[in-house]
Design a protein around this ligand. Structure first.
Ligand code: ATP
Ligand code: MG
Ligand code: MG
Length: 585
């Protein structure tokens, strides 16, 4: 397990605790349900849940669902599944879910009986995440309160006019002609907006701050807009929806979040976050927003919009395609949740944007799998090898250890038979220099079996090698007198009698360039070899392999039975990762 990280955010939190500013640390992870979670989100999840674990606090999963146009319950479900997978066995205890059936929120204008969730009681399994849309009524009440304080107004400018009035980063904006409406008129119009009297985009509610502010986010930002569309979670009761900046700080406040951790692009929003909380004169301590740099990973795209395009245009087979950096894709590919968490801790938290090298991610995955994955044998490009001194029904029992460094993982029986399959490239008729595998007249050890010597090469009419004939030295088996005899090479194999046919998908990087996002069109740099499918022979024990558990196919890499397509009769395996970095050579 990775050591507890230290970084500037954890330093701030430690200082807040030392100063007695927070009785309990409460963080949140706030995905918008408009796509699947990816490895970038995992960085944020591990930060938020990790801080809760380290401080005996809690972390809420909250769906930031204020834009019904792009959101859907499919994403709510996938995100919930992915988070449970990622934190399971590590941070389940701090997940601040609300017990099912709890009231969505209290609607008290002074915010004194706000909905603050407690962690679900021990043993509760029927728990559900938070939704910003559960606070719509209370957010509406806060918006009226802002109007009554003279700090918000209803604006009739069109979206284009609003944009034109906003100015540029170097030029100040202009006041809306509706800025000085009376409180009564604003309240009346806002209530009629809610009642559905106006069409989409006809009016907005805006905070009244400062059109000349150098920070464009403070130039009377929109806080409500009209959208006549039902909401996937809140139902059909609303036709006005709050914008992110208004909803987020108040949702944090309502849930008693102490530290609201977000990515760097929100740094310029922070003055607005603070302004809204301050303007409402709320009774409790306000949450504190702190920003950190996003994860960028070489050869990978993270934005949900771009991943959506890859899915919709059929460049990959769905959101859980094992080539995608989505958590659903990584899981299907066999990447353990622990590897994702170790990676998130390894890269650390800073304020500086950078691109993490692919080798860092791949190294963490290999380290985790090397320690955890049981060994098996499979042959990806089978070549038949006949042990001519064995009769067709002659069988020798062998024992194969499941892990070279971990005897507690046990062993399994294998059977050495007259016909076996070896990897095609473990045989060379005309061997290159230093070739340590099988060649005419040469000897190798069949792992867990015995030493064999090549006597004859059988070819078809075109000269392709179809069979290799060898003699087995049975005295070199384990427990036999010559078991310690040395040969230069050891190769993997499967018994042709016992082998199971399997489809194996060899996945590789989806893009051929390190920064696909920097291309005009990232679909022009897709790797045409990102998926190669082969017909393999695998040892019988693998046919029963549970989906999602990775095995090391000895000398080849790590593989996982596909959760959707694999069956015991027709196994389908996905390559999680190769044994070594094949790109840096
Ligand atoms: P995307 O750009 O991929 O659509 P998003 O930020 O719009 O991501 P959200 O659902 O809003 O997606 O993200 C939830 C949380 O995850 C936010 O707090 C966001 O800052 C964080 N997050 C998103 N992408 C990354 C990333 N690459 N690295 C770290 N945190 C991220
Ligand atoms: Mg977002
Ligand atoms: Mg987004």
């Amino acid at each position: 397990p990775a050591a507890t990280p230290s970084d500037f955010i954890r330093d701030i939190i430690a200082a807040d605790i030392a100063a007695g500013r927070t009785p309990q640390i409460v963080t949140r992870f706030p995905p918008e349900p408009n796509g699947y979670l990816h490895l970038g989100h995992a960085k944020s999840i591990c930060l938020n849940f990790g801080i809760a674990v380290e401080n005996h606090g809690r972390c809420n999963l909250r769906f930031d669902d204020t834009n019904p146009v792009k959101e859907d319950t499919e994403y709510v479900d996938s995100i919930t599944t992915d988070i449970r997978w990622l934190i399971s066995g590590w941070a389940d205890g701090v997940l601040g879910e609300k017990p099912r059936g709890a009231p969505p929120s209290a609607h008290d204008i002074n915010g004194t009986t706000d909905f603050i969730a407690e962690p679900a009681p021990a043993g509760t399994t029927d728990i559900e995440p938070f939704f910003t849309s559960d606070y719509f009524e209370q957010l509406y009440t806060y918006a009226e309160k802002l109007i009554m304080a003279g700090k918000a107004f209803v604006c009739d400018l069109t979206p284009e006019e609003t944009e034109a009035y906003r100015g540029t980063p170097t030029e100040p904006g202009r006041n809306s002609p509706h800025r000085d409406r009376s409180i009564e008129e604003n309240l009346d119009l806002f209530r009629r907006m809610r009642a559905g009297e106006f069409p989409d985009s006809a009016r907005t509610l805006r905070a009244k701050i400062d059109m000349a502010s150098p920070n464009v986010w403070l130039r009377d930002p929109l806080i409500y807009r009209i959208r006549h569309i039902a909401h996937h979670h809140a139902g059909a009761g609303w036709c006005i929806y709050p914008l992110y900046d208004f909803a987020h700080c108040l949702s944090d406040y309502l849930e008693g979040i102490t530290h609201s951790l977000c990515t760097l692009e929100f740094e310029v929003h922070r003055p607005l976050y603070d302004w809204i909380l301050k303007s409402l004169e709320l009774p409790r301590t306000s949450p504190r927003q702190i920003e950190f740099a996003k994860l960028n990973l070489a050869y990978t795209l993270f934005s949900k919009r771009r991943l959506m395009r890859l899915v919709q245009e059929g460049h990959v087979d769905g959101w859980d395609d094992p080539r995608l950096p989505t958590l659903a894709g990584l899981r299907r590919r066999g990447v353990p949740a622990a590897a994702v968490r170790n990676f998130a801790y390894r890269i650390g938290i800073t304020k500086f944007d950078s691109v993490t090298e692919a080798a860092v991610y791949e190294g963490v995955v290999r380290d985790e799998l090397n320690a955890a994955a049981e060994r098996r044998m499979g042959v990806l490009a089978p070549l038949k090898l006949v042990l001519t001194n064995l009769a067709p029904d002659e069988v020798y029992a062998c024992e194969a250890g499941n892990h070279p460094q971990d005897e507690s993982l046990g062993s399994r029986p294998l059977r050495l038979t007259r016909e076996v399959y070896i990897e095609s490239d473990d045989f060379a008729e005309i061997p290159p220099p230093k070739f340590r595998r099988l060649k005419p007249g040469g000897s190798v050890r069949l792992k867990y079996g015995c030493i064999i010597t090549c006597d004859e090469v059988i070819k078809d009419a075109e000269g392709h090698v179809t069979e290799v004939h060898c003699t087995a030295d049975l005295t070199t088996r384990r427990g036999q007198p010559n078991s310690n005899q040395k040969v230069k090479g050891t190769i993997h194999w499967v018994s042709a009698t016992d082998a199971v046919d399997a489809t194996v998908r060899l996945y590789d990087r989806l893009f051929t360039v390190a920064e696909p996002g920097a291309e005009d069109d990232f679909t022009t740099v897709l790797n045409p070899e990102s998926l190669v499918t082969v017909a393999a022979k695998i040892e019988p024990a693998l046919a029963q392999a549970p989906a999602g558990v990775a095995y090391q196919f000895e000398r080849l890499g790590y593989f996982t039975a596909d959760a959707i397509e694999s069956t015991a009769d027709r196994p389908v395996f996905n390559r999680t990762i190769t044994l070594r970095d094949t790109w840096s050579k």
